[in-house]
Design a protein. Structure first.
Length: 377
Protein backbone atom coordinates (compact mmCIF):
# COMPACT_ATOMS: atom_id res chain seq x y z
CA UNK A 1 0.00 0.00 0.00
CA UNK A 2 1.35 3.41 -1.01
CA UNK A 3 2.42 5.62 1.88
CA UNK A 4 0.47 8.82 2.43
CA UNK A 5 2.48 11.85 1.31
CA UNK A 6 1.96 14.90 3.54
CA UNK A 7 3.06 18.49 2.92
CA UNK A 8 3.34 20.53 6.11
CA UNK A 9 3.25 24.26 5.37
CA UNK A 10 5.06 26.17 8.10
CA UNK A 11 8.16 25.19 10.04
CA UNK A 12 7.23 26.57 13.45
CA UNK A 13 6.73 24.56 16.64
CA UNK A 14 3.39 23.17 15.43
CA UNK A 15 4.69 22.33 11.97
CA UNK A 16 7.82 20.53 13.16
CA UNK A 17 5.85 18.66 15.83
CA UNK A 18 3.37 17.61 13.13
CA UNK A 19 6.21 16.41 10.92
CA UNK A 20 7.69 14.28 13.71
CA UNK A 21 4.30 12.88 14.72
CA UNK A 22 3.35 12.06 11.12
CA UNK A 23 6.67 10.31 10.50
CA UNK A 24 6.11 8.31 13.67
CA UNK A 25 2.69 7.32 12.28
CA UNK A 26 4.15 6.04 9.02
CA UNK A 27 3.40 9.08 6.83
CA UNK A 28 6.01 10.53 4.47
CA UNK A 29 6.46 14.25 5.19
CA UNK A 30 7.98 17.35 3.66
CA UNK A 31 7.94 20.63 5.59
CA UNK A 32 7.84 23.81 3.51
CA UNK A 33 9.11 26.83 5.43
CA UNK A 34 9.15 30.33 3.92
CA UNK A 35 12.18 31.62 5.82
CA UNK A 36 15.70 30.98 4.57
CA UNK A 37 16.83 29.44 7.85
CA UNK A 38 16.04 28.99 11.51
CA UNK A 39 17.52 31.48 13.97
CA UNK A 40 17.11 32.32 17.64
CA UNK A 41 14.28 34.78 17.09
CA UNK A 42 11.12 35.23 19.09
CA UNK A 43 11.12 34.72 22.81
CA UNK A 44 9.61 32.28 25.24
CA UNK A 45 7.83 29.00 24.84
CA UNK A 46 6.07 28.08 28.07
CA UNK A 47 5.52 24.33 27.86
CA UNK A 48 2.89 23.29 30.39
CA UNK A 49 2.64 19.57 31.25
CA UNK A 50 0.14 18.83 28.46
CA UNK A 51 2.58 20.24 25.89
CA UNK A 52 5.55 18.37 27.35
CA UNK A 53 3.60 15.09 27.18
CA UNK A 54 2.82 15.73 23.52
CA UNK A 55 6.52 16.31 22.76
CA UNK A 56 7.62 13.36 24.90
CA UNK A 57 5.56 11.00 22.76
CA UNK A 58 7.47 11.92 19.62
CA UNK A 59 10.40 9.80 20.77
CA UNK A 60 13.85 10.94 19.76
CA UNK A 61 15.73 13.32 21.99
CA UNK A 62 13.35 16.28 22.34
CA UNK A 63 11.98 15.27 25.74
CA UNK A 64 15.44 14.63 27.16
CA UNK A 65 16.74 17.90 25.72
CA UNK A 66 13.87 19.85 27.27
CA UNK A 67 14.53 18.37 30.70
CA UNK A 68 18.24 19.11 30.45
CA UNK A 69 17.92 22.70 29.23
CA UNK A 70 14.47 23.94 30.20
CA UNK A 71 13.70 26.18 33.12
CA UNK A 72 11.43 24.71 35.81
CA UNK A 73 9.26 27.26 37.60
CA UNK A 74 8.58 26.05 41.15
CA UNK A 75 5.08 27.54 41.39
CA UNK A 76 2.51 29.37 39.31
CA UNK A 77 1.64 32.40 41.44
CA UNK A 78 -1.10 34.99 41.09
CA UNK A 79 -0.44 38.29 42.87
CA UNK A 80 -2.27 41.59 43.05
CA UNK A 81 -0.67 44.49 41.23
CA UNK A 82 -0.83 47.00 44.10
CA UNK A 83 -0.68 45.10 47.40
CA UNK A 84 1.36 42.10 46.24
CA UNK A 85 -1.22 39.81 47.85
CA UNK A 86 -0.91 36.22 46.65
CA UNK A 87 -4.33 34.97 45.49
CA UNK A 88 -3.37 31.64 43.88
CA UNK A 89 -0.49 29.17 44.10
CA UNK A 90 -0.19 26.07 41.90
CA UNK A 91 2.74 23.72 42.51
CA UNK A 92 4.86 23.01 39.43
CA UNK A 93 8.27 21.31 39.09
CA UNK A 94 8.30 17.83 40.59
CA UNK A 95 4.74 18.33 41.87
CA UNK A 96 3.49 18.92 38.33
CA UNK A 97 5.22 15.76 37.14
CA UNK A 98 3.60 13.72 39.89
CA UNK A 99 0.16 15.22 39.27
CA UNK A 100 0.10 15.42 35.47
CA UNK A 101 2.77 13.03 34.25
CA UNK A 102 5.17 15.73 33.02
CA UNK A 103 6.81 18.90 34.37
CA UNK A 104 6.29 22.47 33.22
CA UNK A 105 9.33 23.63 31.25
CA UNK A 106 10.27 27.00 29.79
CA UNK A 107 12.67 27.49 26.88
CA UNK A 108 13.53 30.00 24.22
CA UNK A 109 11.46 29.36 21.11
CA UNK A 110 14.55 29.27 18.90
CA UNK A 111 16.16 26.62 21.09
CA UNK A 112 13.07 24.41 20.97
CA UNK A 113 12.95 24.77 17.18
CA UNK A 114 16.56 23.62 16.94
CA UNK A 115 15.83 20.58 19.12
CA UNK A 116 12.83 19.61 16.97
CA UNK A 117 14.79 20.14 13.77
CA UNK A 118 17.65 17.91 14.95
CA UNK A 119 15.22 15.04 15.48
CA UNK A 120 13.91 15.11 11.89
CA UNK A 121 15.66 13.19 9.09
CA UNK A 122 17.73 15.20 6.66
CA UNK A 123 15.82 16.51 3.67
CA UNK A 124 12.45 16.72 5.42
CA UNK A 125 12.58 20.53 5.71
CA UNK A 126 12.74 22.69 2.59
CA UNK A 127 13.57 26.34 3.34
CA UNK A 128 12.76 29.40 1.29
CA UNK A 129 9.46 27.94 0.07
CA UNK A 130 6.78 30.62 0.50
CA UNK A 131 3.36 29.20 -0.38
CA UNK A 132 1.24 31.17 -2.83
CA UNK A 133 -1.69 28.82 -3.45
CA UNK A 134 -2.92 25.26 -3.36
CA UNK A 135 -4.98 23.49 -6.00
CA UNK A 136 -6.97 20.40 -5.10
CA UNK A 137 -7.13 17.67 -7.73
CA UNK A 138 -8.51 14.19 -8.10
CA UNK A 139 -5.17 12.57 -7.30
CA UNK A 140 -3.72 15.03 -4.79
CA UNK A 141 -2.91 18.66 -4.06
CA UNK A 142 -0.58 20.92 -6.00
CA UNK A 143 1.25 23.51 -3.92
CA UNK A 144 2.55 26.55 -5.80
CA UNK A 145 5.33 28.66 -4.30
CA UNK A 146 6.44 32.26 -4.73
CA UNK A 147 9.67 31.22 -6.47
CA UNK A 148 7.69 29.58 -9.28
CA UNK A 149 8.23 26.02 -8.08
CA UNK A 150 5.51 23.57 -7.16
CA UNK A 151 5.08 20.34 -5.24
CA UNK A 152 2.46 17.62 -4.89
CA UNK A 153 1.07 15.77 -1.89
CA UNK A 154 -1.85 13.61 -0.82
CA UNK A 155 -2.65 15.92 2.10
CA UNK A 156 -1.65 19.46 3.09
CA UNK A 157 -1.28 20.47 6.75
CA UNK A 158 -1.55 24.22 7.28
CA UNK A 159 0.71 25.04 10.22
CA UNK A 160 1.47 28.48 8.83
CA UNK A 161 0.19 30.71 11.60
CA UNK A 162 -2.35 33.48 11.91
CA UNK A 163 -1.64 34.67 8.34
CA UNK A 164 -2.14 31.14 7.01
CA UNK A 165 -2.19 30.80 3.23
CA UNK A 166 -3.70 27.35 3.61
CA UNK A 167 -6.60 28.79 5.62
CA UNK A 168 -7.01 31.50 2.98
CA UNK A 169 -7.30 28.79 0.32
CA UNK A 170 -9.88 26.85 2.35
CA UNK A 171 -12.05 29.66 3.73
CA UNK A 172 -11.27 32.77 1.71
CA UNK A 173 -9.69 36.06 2.79
CA UNK A 174 -10.26 37.57 6.21
CA UNK A 175 -8.44 39.81 8.64
CA UNK A 176 -7.34 39.06 12.22
CA UNK A 177 -8.86 41.16 14.98
CA UNK A 178 -6.77 43.50 17.10
CA UNK A 179 -7.64 42.76 20.71
CA UNK A 180 -7.00 46.28 21.96
CA UNK A 181 -4.04 44.92 23.93
CA UNK A 182 -0.31 45.40 23.34
CA UNK A 183 2.49 43.42 24.93
CA UNK A 184 6.01 44.25 26.05
CA UNK A 185 8.54 41.40 25.99
CA UNK A 186 12.03 41.35 27.47
CA UNK A 187 14.66 38.77 28.41
CA UNK A 188 16.90 39.38 31.44
CA UNK A 189 20.02 37.38 32.41
CA UNK A 190 19.31 35.35 35.55
CA UNK A 191 22.27 36.82 37.41
CA UNK A 192 20.67 40.28 37.03
CA UNK A 193 17.72 39.17 39.16
CA UNK A 194 19.57 36.95 41.61
CA UNK A 195 18.07 37.21 45.05
CA UNK A 196 14.75 38.70 43.94
CA UNK A 197 11.68 37.05 45.43
CA UNK A 198 9.89 34.53 43.20
CA UNK A 199 12.33 34.92 40.30
CA UNK A 200 12.26 31.12 40.00
CA UNK A 201 8.43 31.02 39.75
CA UNK A 202 5.88 31.71 37.08
CA UNK A 203 4.38 34.86 38.58
CA UNK A 204 1.39 36.73 37.19
CA UNK A 205 0.71 40.20 38.55
CA UNK A 206 -2.98 40.95 37.96
CA UNK A 207 -3.44 44.61 37.10
CA UNK A 208 -6.23 47.09 37.78
CA UNK A 209 -8.11 46.01 34.62
CA UNK A 210 -8.21 42.75 32.60
CA UNK A 211 -5.88 44.07 29.90
CA UNK A 212 -3.09 44.99 32.31
CA UNK A 213 -0.73 42.45 33.81
CA UNK A 214 2.92 41.51 34.23
CA UNK A 215 4.11 37.91 33.90
CA UNK A 216 7.64 36.74 34.73
CA UNK A 217 9.26 33.30 34.78
CA UNK A 218 12.64 31.61 34.30
CA UNK A 219 13.48 31.05 30.63
CA UNK A 220 15.77 28.07 30.22
CA UNK A 221 18.56 27.82 32.77
CA UNK A 222 20.08 31.29 32.69
CA UNK A 223 17.44 33.85 31.67
CA UNK A 224 14.21 35.35 32.98
CA UNK A 225 11.38 36.35 30.67
CA UNK A 226 9.15 39.39 31.23
CA UNK A 227 5.80 39.74 29.50
CA UNK A 228 3.64 42.77 30.27
CA UNK A 229 0.36 43.81 28.64
CA UNK A 230 -1.72 46.96 28.61
CA UNK A 231 -4.76 48.26 26.77
CA UNK A 232 -4.26 50.42 23.68
CA UNK A 233 -6.97 51.71 21.35
CA UNK A 234 -5.17 51.11 18.04
CA UNK A 235 -2.01 49.70 16.52
CA UNK A 236 -0.49 51.86 13.80
CA UNK A 237 2.89 50.20 13.30
CA UNK A 238 3.50 48.47 9.96
CA UNK A 239 4.78 45.39 11.78
CA UNK A 240 3.00 43.57 14.59
CA UNK A 241 6.24 43.73 16.57
CA UNK A 242 8.48 46.77 16.95
CA UNK A 243 11.22 47.99 19.30
CA UNK A 244 9.67 49.29 22.50
CA UNK A 245 10.63 52.04 24.91
CA UNK A 246 11.96 51.23 28.37
CA UNK A 247 10.75 54.63 29.56
CA UNK A 248 7.21 53.86 28.35
CA UNK A 249 7.33 50.44 30.00
CA UNK A 250 8.40 51.86 33.36
CA UNK A 251 5.87 54.69 33.28
CA UNK A 252 2.92 52.44 32.44
CA UNK A 253 3.58 50.20 35.45
CA UNK A 254 4.80 52.88 37.85
CA UNK A 255 1.98 52.13 40.30
CA UNK A 256 2.63 48.38 40.46
CA UNK A 257 4.08 46.72 43.56
CA UNK A 258 7.80 47.42 44.13
CA UNK A 259 8.74 43.75 43.53
CA UNK A 260 7.18 43.85 40.08
CA UNK A 261 8.78 47.19 39.22
CA UNK A 262 12.19 45.92 40.29
CA UNK A 263 12.08 43.28 37.55
CA UNK A 264 11.11 45.91 34.97
CA UNK A 265 14.00 48.08 36.13
CA UNK A 266 16.41 45.28 35.14
CA UNK A 267 15.24 45.27 31.49
CA UNK A 268 17.86 46.64 29.08
CA UNK A 269 15.70 46.38 25.96
CA UNK A 270 12.10 45.55 25.12
CA UNK A 271 9.93 44.64 22.15
CA UNK A 272 6.37 45.90 21.81
CA UNK A 273 3.79 43.95 19.86
CA UNK A 274 0.07 43.88 19.16
CA UNK A 275 -2.07 40.92 20.19
CA UNK A 276 -4.37 39.65 17.44
CA UNK A 277 -6.92 36.84 17.41
CA UNK A 278 -9.54 35.34 15.12
CA UNK A 279 -13.01 34.12 16.06
CA UNK A 280 -13.45 30.32 16.11
CA UNK A 281 -13.64 28.92 12.59
CA UNK A 282 -16.62 26.91 11.32
CA UNK A 283 -14.28 24.27 9.88
CA UNK A 284 -10.62 23.36 10.08
CA UNK A 285 -10.39 21.21 6.95
CA UNK A 286 -11.36 20.81 3.33
CA UNK A 287 -11.05 17.94 0.90
CA UNK A 288 -7.31 17.34 1.26
CA UNK A 289 -6.15 20.22 3.46
CA UNK A 290 -6.35 20.65 7.21
CA UNK A 291 -5.28 23.34 9.71
CA UNK A 292 -3.61 23.28 13.10
CA UNK A 293 -2.37 25.72 15.72
CA UNK A 294 -2.57 29.46 15.08
CA UNK A 295 -3.81 28.82 11.55
CA UNK A 296 -7.19 27.79 13.00
CA UNK A 297 -7.32 28.94 16.64
CA UNK A 298 -4.88 31.80 17.42
CA UNK A 299 -5.22 32.77 21.05
CA UNK A 300 -4.00 35.38 23.46
CA UNK A 301 -1.02 34.24 25.56
CA UNK A 302 -2.69 34.61 28.96
CA UNK A 303 -3.00 30.84 29.54
CA UNK A 304 0.38 30.02 27.94
CA UNK A 305 -1.31 27.53 25.61
CA UNK A 306 -0.52 28.69 22.06
CA UNK A 307 2.38 26.31 21.47
CA UNK A 308 0.81 23.61 23.62
CA UNK A 309 -2.41 23.53 21.63
CA UNK A 310 -0.48 23.39 18.35
CA UNK A 311 1.48 20.40 19.67
CA UNK A 312 -1.72 18.69 20.80
CA UNK A 313 -3.30 19.32 17.37
CA UNK A 314 -0.26 17.83 15.64
CA UNK A 315 -0.35 14.62 17.68
CA UNK A 316 -4.11 14.05 17.36
CA UNK A 317 -4.04 14.78 13.62
CA UNK A 318 -1.21 12.30 13.08
CA UNK A 319 -3.09 9.65 15.06
CA UNK A 320 -6.27 10.23 13.05
CA UNK A 321 -4.46 9.99 9.72
CA UNK A 322 -2.89 6.72 10.88
CA UNK A 323 -6.10 5.20 12.29
CA UNK A 324 -8.68 6.05 9.61
CA UNK A 325 -8.57 4.91 6.00
CA UNK A 326 -9.82 8.05 4.24
CA UNK A 327 -9.03 11.73 4.75
CA UNK A 328 -12.60 12.90 5.28
CA UNK A 329 -13.09 10.48 8.19
CA UNK A 330 -9.69 11.35 9.66
CA UNK A 331 -10.45 15.09 9.46
CA UNK A 332 -13.92 14.57 10.95
CA UNK A 333 -12.49 12.80 14.00
CA UNK A 334 -9.62 15.30 14.33
CA UNK A 335 -12.00 18.26 14.43
CA UNK A 336 -14.43 16.48 16.77
CA UNK A 337 -11.64 15.77 19.25
CA UNK A 338 -9.78 19.06 19.03
CA UNK A 339 -12.27 21.87 18.30
CA UNK A 340 -14.17 21.82 21.62
CA UNK A 341 -11.00 21.89 23.72
CA UNK A 342 -9.13 24.46 21.62
CA UNK A 343 -12.20 26.71 21.38
CA UNK A 344 -12.70 26.59 25.16
CA UNK A 345 -9.05 27.48 25.79
CA UNK A 346 -9.19 30.19 23.11
CA UNK A 347 -12.18 31.81 24.85
CA UNK A 348 -10.80 31.34 28.39
CA UNK A 349 -7.48 32.85 27.41
CA UNK A 350 -9.11 35.93 25.91
CA UNK A 351 -11.25 36.40 29.05
CA UNK A 352 -7.97 36.38 31.01
CA UNK A 353 -9.40 35.18 34.30
CA UNK A 354 -8.08 31.62 34.50
CA UNK A 355 -6.35 30.80 37.80
CA UNK A 356 -6.77 34.36 39.05
CA UNK A 357 -7.92 32.90 42.34
CA UNK A 358 -7.47 29.51 43.95
CA UNK A 359 -8.35 26.75 41.49
CA UNK A 360 -6.81 23.83 39.67
CA UNK A 361 -5.54 23.55 36.15
CA UNK A 362 -6.25 19.84 35.80
CA UNK A 363 -8.52 20.13 32.74
CA UNK A 364 -5.72 21.92 30.85
CA UNK A 365 -2.56 20.34 32.22
CA UNK A 366 -3.84 16.77 32.58
CA UNK A 367 -4.67 16.28 28.89
CA UNK A 368 -2.65 13.68 26.96
CA UNK A 369 -2.91 14.00 23.18
CA UNK A 370 -1.44 10.50 22.72
CA UNK A 371 -4.18 8.73 24.68
CA UNK A 372 -7.31 10.88 24.26
CA UNK A 373 -10.03 8.78 22.51
CA UNK A 374 -10.43 9.54 18.81
CA UNK A 375 -14.14 8.70 18.62
CA UNK A 376 -15.44 11.95 20.18
CA UNK A 377 -18.00 12.76 17.49
Amino acid sequence: MKKLQAAVVGGGVGGLTAAAALLRSGVDVTVYEQSSGFSRVGADVNLTPNAVKALDGLGGGVGDWLRAHGGRPRFRLSRMWDTGEETSRVALGDDAHERYGAPQLTVHRGDLMSALERDLPGGVIELGRRLESIEDGADGVCLRFADGSDAFADVVVGADGIHSRVRHALLGPDEPEFTGIVAFRAVIPSDAVAGLANADCFTKWWGPDPAMQIVTFPLGLDEVFVFATVGQTAWTEESWTAPGSIDELLSLYADFHPEARTLLDRCDGVLKSALYVRPPLPAWSGNRAVLLGDACHPMTPFMAQGAGQACEDAVVLARCLADFDDLSTAFEHYEAVRKPRASKIQASSRDNNWLRSVGGGDWVYGYDAWTVPLDAR
